[in-house]
Design a protein around this ligand. Sequence first.
Ligand SMILES: Nc1ncnc2c1ncn2[C@@H]1O[C@H](COP(=O)(O)OP(=O)(O)OP(=O)(O)O)[C@@H](O)[C@H]1O
Ligand SMILES: O=C(CO)[C@H](O)[C@H](O)COP(=O)(O)O
Length: 406
Amino acid sequence: MAVCTFYTLQPLNSSSSISSPTKTHIGFNQNQVFLYTNGAKTTSSCRFRTGEITCSAGDTIVIGLAADSGCGKSTFMRRLTSVFGGAASPPKGGNPDSNTLISDTTTVICLDDYHSLDRTGRKEKGVTALDPRANDFDLMYEQVKALKDGVAVQKPIYNHVSGLLDPPELIKPPKILVIEGLHPMYDERVRDLLDFSIYLDISNEVKFAWKIQRDMAERGHSLESIKASIEARKPDFDAYIDPQKQYADAVIEVLPTRLIPDDDEGKVLRVKLIMKEGVKYFDPVYLFDEGSTISWIPCGRKLTCSYPGIKFAYGPDAYFGHEVSVLEMDGQFDRLDELIYVESHLSNISTKFYGEITQQMLKHANFPGSNNGTGLFQTIVGMKIRDLFEQIAANKALAPLEATKA
Ligand SMILES: Nc1ncnc2c1ncn2[C@@H]1O[C@H](COP(=O)(O)OP(=O)(O)OP(=O)(O)O)[C@@H](O)[C@H]1O
Ligand SMILES: O=C(CO)[C@H](O)[C@H](O)COP(=O)(O)O
């Protein structure tokens, strides 16, 4: 329980209006308390004692997703929000170039919105968007903290079409806030607000193949310009983005296959799900036997595999000095409906019913990575986040009861 301090304390009944649009108010209604920020009712719950009001933090849990641009964050977000049900869309009636996606349970904000320098500003100062000097970490921290505490914020918008900073948009505290982008784990203060963190670690070879596919086919860029853009970003990527993976609770690492000798096409992928041990509310997934080292080729009577086949591996390992469990899949599925065979051999997957992962994968069969470990592991992480959210929510619901008993 945190003691909250507010600018103004004024009794309100449920029909009162807020006089100042910029301050946080407390409204009383019989024995209930509401917080209002910028006129919007927020969700913290408070209780009275003589001389003080104590408020539990808001119910929002915060998930961080870090990756370089073009590494599959949007695809992952679509899979994640789908696990919670309901479609995600930009704020209604707002800026058409908003980067925010809102569904019933989740709000996904893009950390590009905290660029402090617009495109021209970066050019003038000779810094990339990956450079911390081009980003406002103080504001990022204040706003993520406010949302976590149940207080709405006016978040800036970085407009990717114009390269300018647009007027802000109102973000209300959701049940699950996902902050995705280049730097969710860079600033220690922001990192400490995360209930769970994920890093998408796409190897250079694969990143290059995906960039070519998207930027040449969909955005009309030349091969040379794509190469130049990757090279130009690399020093800052290595300095500021890549080191964040050491803090992640789960890393999805995407590498070229080992099933085809000297493969340079980057179409068949070897994908690792690296899961930190000892993270509260997160039990790593395992294959067959928890803690053992296992190699499994599921191809045969129950799983159709064409060349080069599929190989799974599972076992304990160390990652940046942390104990982890690693699940690996090399190769791709021929028939997605047969994924149920693999799913039935995985444990701790936090599904609500038998075959839920297979159902999710079939539902989004047209998303990139649906036939390989990227889609499978993104879906599994989605299930684990739902489970984490439900456990935290259940614990919070119990907390006031415990306090009453004390
Ligand atoms: N799992 C995957 N398998 C194959 N290609 C993929 C996969 N994930 C993403 N891609 C490719 O990478 C492109 C970028 O994906 P996505 O839009 O999800 O990334 P992003 O990180 O959100 O990008 P940005 O930050 O630039 O908006 C896709 O258009 C697709 O071509
Ligand atoms: O890394 C990026 C997104 O993750 C972008 O490069 C950054 O946000 C700058 O955007 P733009 O190229 O639209 O000016």
